[in-house]
Design a binder for this molecule. Sequence first.
Ligand SMILES: C[S@@+](CC[C@H](N)C(=O)[O-])C[C@H]1O[C@@H](n2cnc3c(N)ncnc32)[C@H](O)[C@@H]1O
Length: 223
Amino acid sequence: MEERIIYPELNNYLRSQLIPNTGLLKELEEFAKNPYIPIIQPEVAQLLKVFFSYSKPKKLLEVGTAIGYSAIFFAELMGKKGEIVTIERNPDMIKLAKENIQKAGLVDRITILEGDAKEILPALEGEFDTVFLDGAKGQYGKFLPKILQLLPTGGTLITDNILYRGIVASEELAPKKHITIARNLRSYIYDITHNHMLETTVIPIGDGVGISRKIRGEGNEKN
Ligand SMILES: C[S@@+](CC[C@H](N)C(=O)[O-])C[C@H]1O[C@@H](n2cnc3c(N)ncnc32)[C@H](O)[C@@H]1O
């Protein structure tokens, strides 16, 4: 099966136009190549760089820390007052993320919550103006009600890998072992595009990214 969202040649061209990172981010990009660790794709990172320059997030919740690459990238974009809480369940990733966050000098601004988001999210309190969902793709839908509670009106939910290599488009495209995940993502896309609290766009770059703005609160159907 050909797995793509846009034509590889166009993707490669667009990627070649991005200004490469330097320093620790570059080092982490190299580290994540072998063995492969999925980190945010350059086009999605660039989209969020531009988006954050408008939305100016102050407190961000991430699901899926991996080696801490996106958390470090976001913290650098958010400036000195930006705060990040990030959830990760894989102990090997947690160890690497801690080392990297230490190296980046961001221990005061990035907090890792260790464990499964399934258990951590329900107990989480407070408000996050931005939520970045980048782990547990099959469970995005289950997380949505709690995320809507954590997001104030005006807040943004960003969902990565939402098109899952394009196979969400049709069940015929999904290999058997990915059918459940593809179904769950289709149902999640329906939820975020039809929820009266959200205004959503799904952008086919990287592995697909959803950007949803919470435009009104629960029970506030009209405004
Ligand atoms: C795509 S990677 C995250 C990449 C990272 N956000 C970045 O761009 O640098 C997904 C991560 O989510 C973690 N993960 C998956 N399901 C999870 C869950 N239910 N709870 C917590 N972490 C989870 C995985 O262990 C993996 O490290």
